[in-house]
Design a protein around this ligand. Structure first.
Ligand code: NAD
Length: 292
């Protein structure tokens, strides 16, 4: 099967990026959202990304703007999915919302359509049945698309095995490096490693073994990295980090989640709110004297 027509569900942060990259890669793209304002904002976000790509990578601005002009932005589900060879879903990370969306698209999508989800911490088997076509259902999870160019392909036990190489090829065509998760796993590959790393840093802090700065310095110097675990947490957002940490059952995670909550209650959500473990836009770890 040759994928030509792509339908993106959810025109937020990730859906906009996947839609734009698909259009730049020559696919016919339709993007759907229930919220018309999200669709308007999505178009503006795409234009900003094209501007950055033109400055940073030499992409011709006119080619980028033509790609955006070729995308159909719609709040009409039937129109969005007509002719779709593949759906990539990026709606809210909420099991009920995703179930509603997959139940509806399972009924209105053409028979040929492959179903893929971008869920970050849920599993494809949680929506595969309700979509009505579990064999054609698989996770296809992008990261940032333009900066972190990895795509996770994670089938559930009922996925047709032939779908995996097809999605690998599709991922490569979008300039991503495909990695396959052989068994369903919350957090795929990278997020699983990241959670363990962040958890270890949180434990060092809550057990008062080392300071935030020294934990970060240790990582930055050893691995020649521009930031350590607490700088990374600030960039992820402490609210998101709290949701993930709180869902871990062990006592160390619960203790770290309780600490994160004190930051959230003080309005310190990380880089996006101007303060988290560090103050932005000029966090201490970016000072040349931080590592000395
Ligand atoms: N943001 C990222 O970097 C990132 C990376 C990997 C995976 N993800 C996953 O992608 C999904 C979307 O994340 P996001 O950060 O883009 O969220 P977001 O909040 O920016 O966008 C979600 C969009 O879904 C829309 N929506 C809500 N209910 C809907 C419905 N019933 N039908 C259609 N659209 C609906 C919202 O209007 C919104 O525009 C989540 O599952 C998330 O875990 C996000």
């Amino acid at each position: 099967m040759k994928i030509k027509n792509v339908c993106i569900l959810g025109a937020g942060t990730l859906g906009s990026r996947v839609a734009l990259q698909a259009a730049l890669s020559g696919y016919k793209v339709r993007i759907y959202d229930i919220n018309p304002t999200a669709l308007e904002n999505s178009k503006k976000t795409m234009a900003k990304i094209i501007d950055q790509l033109a400055k940073g990578t030499g992409l011709e601005e006119s080619a980028g703007m033509n790609a955006i002009d070729g995308i159909v932005f719609t709040d009409n589900a039937t129109n969005a999915v007509m002719d779709a060879d593949l759906i990539n879903e990026s709606v809210l990370e909420d099991i009920q919302v995703k179930n509603q969306v997959w139940e509806m698209f399972g009924q209105i999508a053409p028979e040929k359509t492959i179903f893929t989800t971008n869920t970050s911490f849920l599993l494809p088997s949680m929506f595969a049945e309700i979509s009505g076509r579990p064999a054609k259902f698989c996770a296809l999870h992008f990261h940032d698309v333009f900066y972190s160019k990895v795509v996770d392909i994670m089938p559930h036990p009922g996925t047709d095995p032939d779908l995996v190489p097809l999605l690998e090829e599709f991922g490569r065509s979008l300039e991503q490096v495909p990695v396959t998760v052989k068994k369903e796993n919350h957090g795929y590959i990278f997020n699983s490693m990241l959670m363990a790393f962040i958890g270890a840093a949180g434990k060092l802090l809550t057990k008062e073994i080392a300071s935030i700065e020294d934990i970060d310095k240790s990582w930055m110097v050893n691995f020649h990295m521009p930031m350590g675990p607490f700088g990374i947490l600030d960039s992820i957002g402490l609210d998101t980090a709290w949701h993930v940490t709180k869902s871990q059952p062990d006592a160390a995670s619960q203790k770290f989640a309780a600490l994160l909550k004190t930051y959230i209650e003080a309005g310190k959500l990380g880089e996006k709110s101007g303060e988290g473990f560090y103050k932005y836009p000029k966090p201490e770890y970016r000072n040349s004297g931080f590592i000395s």
